[in-house]
Ligand binder design. Structure first.
Ligand code: 8YV
Length: 311
């Protein structure tokens, strides 16, 4: 009989289909009686598959005493209590590396779209405003001081791209990197004071919750640009919205939000924001590769082999 897998939420359809062909997959979100589903699986379900946005509650993991693996379709596993799972001999895997380049591309796309007002220019043409005159001049990315919050794989890839725009790089990270020539700032407020542009590329979770605080955003200032491709949780979203609305912060390019897919109406109303629906890794090749890693981790587990990407 096929092994049982509890699936917490939908992921890349072709790879979800493969999962459902190989295993006896139970769709948690479709269960009319979720407690009954968990009770029926308690003695035999060893694997959960989930996504970065859905995660899995500790109560669900607790209800499955045989659980040994949570395979997460995401590099960010902040929606899974990894320490709680680890303490109960439950491995958690993610999908690193394969999404780095697309996420870094989205950071630069958002940055350029925000600084050069690309969406506004598109509307300007479509709405016939060009017939009445030229669009206002914008700022330029060239020569700007770019501060990166979190110089991990994605932050480093973003930095590489920024160098191509003749920018000057600075960063803040819990761990200074000996092998980079960028200016280091231990304090995000100091980084924001120095920078023209601040890009959040740090992991989500309790350690970075509200890291981009009102003080950081205020330090970035009225000409400052904030880009977030990390997690909505890393920024004080109400402060961000207020400061953008008052002009105390210049512009923002946002791919992630505190309560996805819901975005505060006050943020939606602002013209100095470019918004994306958490699209950074959402390309066919990257989502295919992420889905394959999810499947490979599940297959490795059931084959008694080492996991591919345990966090
Ligand atoms: C995920 C992401 O696809 O990898 C991550 O951490 O944020 C995305 O690439 C998303 O979280 C899926 O829910």
């Amino acid at each position: 009989m096929k092994p049982d897998v509890l699936l917490m939420g939908q992921f890349f359809e072709p790879k979800q289909r493969e999962l459902e062909e190989r295993y006896r997959v139970h769709r948690y979100w479709e269960a009319a009686d979720k407690a009954a589903l968990l009770a029926s699986l308690a003695e035999r379900c060893e694997v959960i598959v989930t996504t970065g946005g859905r995660g899995v509650e500790n109560e669900v993991m607790q209800a499955l005493p045989q659980l040994r693996l949570v395979s997460c379709f995401a590099v960010g596993v902040d929606a899974v209590d990894v320490e709680w799972a680890r303490a109960r001999n439950i491995a958690v895997t993610n999908t690193p590396e394969v999404l780095t380049e697309d996420v870094a591309d989205m950071a630069l796309a958002l940055l350029l779209a925000t600084i050069r007002r690309i969406p506004y220019g598109d509307r300007f043409v479509r709405e016939g405003q060009w017939l009445k005159g030229s669009m206002a001049l914008t700022s330029s990315l060239q020569g700007k001081r770019v501060g990166i919050l979190g110089l991990g794989r994605i932050g480093s890839a973003i930095a590489q791209r920024c160098l191509g725009f003749n920018t000057v790089l600075g960063y803040s990270d819990p761990f200074p990197k000996a092998d980079v020539g960028y200016e280091y700032f231990a304090d995000p407020v100091e980084l924001a004071t120095w920078a023209d542009v601040l890009i959040a590329a740090c992991p989500g979770g309790p350690a970075t919750k509200g890291l981009v605080s009102r003080a950081v955003l205020t330090a970035l200032g009225p000409q400052g640009v904030f880009v977030n491709i990390a997690r909505g949780s890393v920024v004080d979203e109400p402060a961000l919205t207020e400061l953008l609305g008052s002009g105390a912060l210049g512009r923002a390019g946002l791919d992630v939000f505190a309560d996805e897919p819901r975005v505060p109406s006050a943020l939606l109303a602002l013209e100095n924001v470019v918004l994306q629906p958490h699209q950074a890794s959402a390309t066919v090749p990257t989502r295919t590769a992420m889905g394959q890693i999810v499947l490979d981790n599940v297959a490795a587990y059931f084959a008694g082999k080492p996991l591919i990407t345990q966090v």
